[in-house]
Design a binder for this molecule. Structure first.
Ligand SMILES: C[S@@+](CC[C@H](N)C(=O)[O-])C[C@H]1O[C@@H](n2cnc3c(N)ncnc32)[C@H](O)[C@@H]1O
Length: 290
């Protein structure tokens, strides 16, 4: 039986965009497109073709799309609704309990990938401390296939997503453990080429403005104690244990933390401490050598 066709793709997008806009969503038109494309199992490009050609949507798809628009208008993160977060070349499973990987981290990972690629060792070792969805670790594992990648995540709420992503992308050369980063991988002490971390770094009192972050990202992924640096301090100590002499540390951090991170790393004895700007010109990453 032919499904009942009720509304055009274009009209449904207008309606979704209006709802998302009324809910205060930052990019309502883009999000409406991504949600409708997800419902119709199309790419955004394919959706645009349907807009231009005046295609219609079935009643069932319209109802699913409107339910998704309502959830997004209530500020549920887009990636929790679709269950997917794109990151570099990966499509990661995400949902409540796991940190949704951010576009700025895509550029931070490049420092680790470059350091692994430049290593003269046949199988360089990379470690990701606080891996969340596995975004950083699995980018290293898939983009430097000769590397061996190890990742640790403490949150048991995050682990189902992390494990699924590692099964999909990391089966050849990536190892995941559920532990505290301070105790992780003693068997690798002094042998690791690159340690990377995007740790929780928000000061406890600095509650994020975005509703999506405040209500839906796990607290363990966001807050780093009074000055935001509690986990950073532990990452510095753990990375010194894991790396071989001359190994590279890559850290993502808040834009106002660059000076504090430099002071901390210098006091801990790191060399060649350098800050790196993101696409908006903000100091959001620091590298250092052991
Ligand atoms: C800001 S999120 C980053 C997640 C992921 N690396 C990314 O960039 O998308 C920080 C992650 O560190 C984890 N974490 C926090 N404290 C930890 C600890 N002591 N040991 C291991 N993981 C920890 C959190 O659960 C969270 O997944």
């Amino acid at each position: 039986m032919t499904p009942e066709l009720t509304i055009s793709v274009a009209d449904l997008l207008v309606s979704g965009t209006e709802l998302l806009s009324a809910g205060g969503v930052q990019s309502p038109a883009v999000d409406a497109e991504l949600l409708l494309a997800h419902v119709l199992e199309l790419s955004r490009g394919e959706l645009q073709v349907r807009v231009v050609t005046g295609a219609l949507v079935s009643a069932a798809h319209e109802s699913s799309a409107r339910a998704f628009f309502a959830r997004r208008a209530a500020r549920e993160p887009l990636q929790h609704i679709t269950g997917i977060a794109p990151f570099r070349n990966l499509e990661l499973r995400v949902g409540p309990g796991v940190f949704v990987p951010r576009p700025e981290t895509e550029t931070v990972v490049q420092f680790a990938i470059d350091a692994l690629s430049a290593s003269a060792t046949p199988e360089p070792i990379g470690v990701d401390l606080g891996t969340g969805s596995g975004a950083i670790a699995l980018s290293m594992a898939t983009e430097v296939p000769r590397a061996r990648i190890f990742a640790v995540e403490l949150s048991s709420d995050a682990m189902p997503y992390t494990s699924e992503n590692f099964r999909r992308y990391g089966s050849d050369n990536a190892t995941l453990i559920n532990a505290d980063l301070g105790d992780a991988f003693p068997e690798l002490d002094g042998t690791v080429d690159v340690v990377i971390s995007n740790p929780p770094y928000i000061p406890a009192a600095a509650i994020p403005r975005d509703i999506e972050v405040r209500l839906h990202d796990p607290a363990l992924a966001l807050y780093g104690g009074e000055d935001g640096m509690d986990v950073v301090r532990r990452v510095s100590v753990t990375a010194q244990r894991l790396l071989h002499q001359g190994g590279t540390l890559v850290l993502e951090h808040g834009e106002e933390q660059a000076a504090a991170i430099a002071a901390l790393l210098t006091a801990d004895g790191w060399n060649a401490v350098a800050h790196h700007k993101d696409l908006l010109g903000r100091d959001r990453a620091t590298t250092a050598l052991l």
